[in-house]
Design a protein around this ligand. Structure first.
Ligand code: GSH
Length: 234
């Protein structure tokens, strides 16, 4: 059985879009798995998620999905043509390499959202030492965000970029049910991981407002959620 190493859920939401992506994939494909809650430093690349599949340990959500697509029958992306794969690639990069950092900065850098991160994500740390530990983690994340670039913006500038990403992905989806095929493929899994966090992550603000205002994205989220519920029931 696959062992998925990730963070604990926060109010029923997998708060890491990268961990959520792997878990959604496993659930949608009905691949048996169990989860282990670990800190990122336990992972081979110092980040979560990673999986253990038999003798193999694989880090990075993209590498994990590629491994599962290649090692299990009926991969989700089978039969996609070059144009569909290219569109999926561009959408994935927009979500993971751009929108992700706007979301991270919104959560960790916006003072109004900080108590939810501190007490929601780190509720397992005993209250007396939680402020100290989480302040250190916050400092590291904000330093990383400065290095990446988003952390050098104002909150409004970063949010505007995130809103533009959300709007662009919604435009690519248009009125279709799924992004690049008439059935869910891996890019729909990735999109759901992000929209679940935007819509249900509990962080009010421009990013959530933008996602809520895109009827196509809300419909897509509901569609994948229904498939996941079916998979769970079946
Ligand atoms: N490219 C990686 C990104 C994983 C990633 O950034 N994980 C974050 C959580 S969302 C993490 O572990 N951060 C801990 C840290 O940076 O110290 C993937 O797709 O898995």
């Amino acid at each position: 059985m696959i062992e998925l190493h990730q963070f604990a859920p926060v109010d029923g939401v997998n708060a890491s879009p990268f961990c959520a992506k792997v878990e959604i994939y496993l659930r949608l494909r009905r691949i048996p798995y169990r989860t282990t809650v670990d800190p990122p430093f336990k992972g081979p690349k110092g980040k979560l998620p990673f999986i253990v599949d038999g003798t193999r340990t694989i880090a990075d959500s993209g590498a994990i999905l590629a491994h599962l697509e290649a090692s299990r029958p009926d991969p989700l992306d089978a039969g996609l043509d070059e144009a569909a794969r290219a569109t999926a690639h561009l959408v994935r990069r927009t979500l993971e390499e751009s929108l992700y950092f706007a979301m991270l900065f919104d959560r960790w850098g916006r003072d109004a959202n900080w108590p939810r991160v501190r007490d929601g994500f780190f509720g397992m740390i005993p209250a007396p030492i939680r402020p100290l530990i989480t302040a250190l983690i916050r400092r590291k994340i904000l330093r990383d965000l400065k290095g990446q670039g988003t952390g050098r913006m104002t909150q409004d500038e970063a949010a505007a970029r995130g809103v533009a990403d959300i709007t662009a992905v919604a435009a690519v989806l248009g009125t279709r049910d799924f992004l690049v095929a008439d059935r869910p493929t891996t890019i729909d899994v990735t999109l759901h991981a992000f929209t679940d966090n935007l819509l249900n992550g509990g962080f009010p603000g421009p990013l959530r407002d933008a996602a809520r205002s895109c009827a196509g994205l809300v419909g897509h989220h509901a569609r994948i959620s229904a498939l996941l519920a079916d998979a769970r029931a079946g």
